[in-house]
Design a protein around this ligand. Structure first.
Ligand code: SAH
Length: 347
């Protein structure tokens, strides 16, 4: 039997486990602290626990603590990690340094099945979902490594968070738990390619996080060309879901718009985009596409991105250009993992 991930258990589930093992109830909170506050990477670090209990736990359970397989640091302080999970699979996480604190971008799945044509993470499909504790362990591994508090989280790494809904919700509970790192929902952003029924489900959770929708194009012809998910959930349905989301949660949605030269960066497209999102009070984040191998796309140059931003602003849409951090390292998500897979295939 393979071991289960103890880092994924809620405090209540840990309490049940302690009961099962005939342990006093206070042990549950102590172990939760070790896992989620003191960031223990192993049972052996839990020095105030009875040896016999730790040995019993280690028989059936493991602590999620991915090994740092590769680490790249950019001149601006951005650190990119290739993390190896207990089963040998690799994922990526990136820490970015901002004036307001350290932000981590975490993966939510091993690979992705959404098929966006510009994205490296999806090229080999999805291997499996990450468990709640494994997603949290990305944050913990990075915090142990940089030796500084991580204050903000974006779910924008490998994977589609809303395609791993239950585990992502469980992760949010762990990471915002007062007995854990206690990272507030307002410091967390979740990015989705636009799975409409799951946006509605998320709205029902009424969380204070920021929902970010990867729009990338204002009409179906253009968006379906870039993102197959648009065939299932076309633009008008995505926008309608965003309106419902705003109404239910009282939180404004933001849009990501990756700019591809000659595809979605014309004046006519800016007009269409403005018409679509104006009135939502939404924020549009412009990102020059990061070209990946095997993709036909190239990036809109900086000057034209600025011009597009100005058009949107003039049309009453709040738009910013995302500052590019870590551009001197393999920045686009999913690239390190692909390099590693290619290396392993070659040996
Ligand atoms: N699956 C989620 C979150 C992960 S992708 C989503 O689709 O939103 C995070 C963001 O990076 C998305 O907006 C995605 O479209 C964008 N992205 C992916 N590959 C990119 C690339 N090569 N260049 C620029 N943006 C990219």
């Amino acid at each position: 039997m393979s071991k289960k991930c103890i880092s994924s258990l809620t405090l209540e589930q840990l309490a049940d486990l302690m009961k099962e093992l005939g342990q006093p109830a206070f042990r549950a909170k102590q172990i939760f602290h070790w896992l989620h506050q003191k960031l223990a990477a192993d049972f052996s670090a839990m020095t105030d626990q009875p040896k016999a209990l730790l040995a019993a736990l280690a028989e059936d359970w493991y602590v999620a603590a991915p090994a740092i397989q590769r680490r790249q640091q950019a001149k601006d302080g951005t650190v990119k990690y290739l993390l190896r999970l207990f089963d040998g699979n690799c994922i990526e996480a990136v820490v970015m340094r901002y004036h307001y604190g350290n932000t981590i971008c975490v993966s939510t799945q091993v690979g992705c099945r959404m098929g966006c044509r510009f994205c490296a993470s999806t090229q080999a499909g999805r291997a499996r979902d990450l468990e709640a504790g494994e997603i949290a362990a990305e944050v913990y591994a990075a915090q142990r490594d940089i030796g500084e508090r991580i204050s903000h989280i974006v779910l924008m790494g490998i994977g589609e968070p809303l395609d791993n809904f239950d585990n992502v919700m469980a992760f949010l509970k762990l990471i915002s738990h007062p007995e854990g790192l206690n990272i507030g929902m307002r410091s967390i952003s979740l990015s989705t390619c636009g799975i409409v029924p799951q946006i509605d489900r998320l709205a029902q959770e009424k969380l204070q996080l920021t929902l970010s929708v990867s729009l990338h194009a204002p009409n179906n012809a253009m968006r379906s060309g870039m993102m197959p998910v648009n065939d299932a959930y076309p633009v008008e349905q995505v926008i309608a879901a965003c309106w419902r989301y705003q109404k239910t949660t009282g939180r404004r949605v933001s849009f990501e718009y990756s700019m591809v030269r000659g595809v979605n960066d014309s004046r006519a497209t800016a007009l269409e985009l403005a018409q679509l999102v104006r009135g939502m009070g939404a924020h549009v984040n412009l990102i020059p596409i990061n070209p990946v191998d095997g993709s036909p796309y190239s990036a809109t140059d900086a000057e034209n991105v600025k011009r597009f931003q100005q058009w949107l602003t003039d049309l009453g849409v709040n738009a910013t250009v995302r500052r590019r951090l870590g551009s001197d390292i393999s920045a686009a998500c999913g690239q390190l993992r692909r390099e590693e897979a290619a290396k392993e295939a070659a040996t």
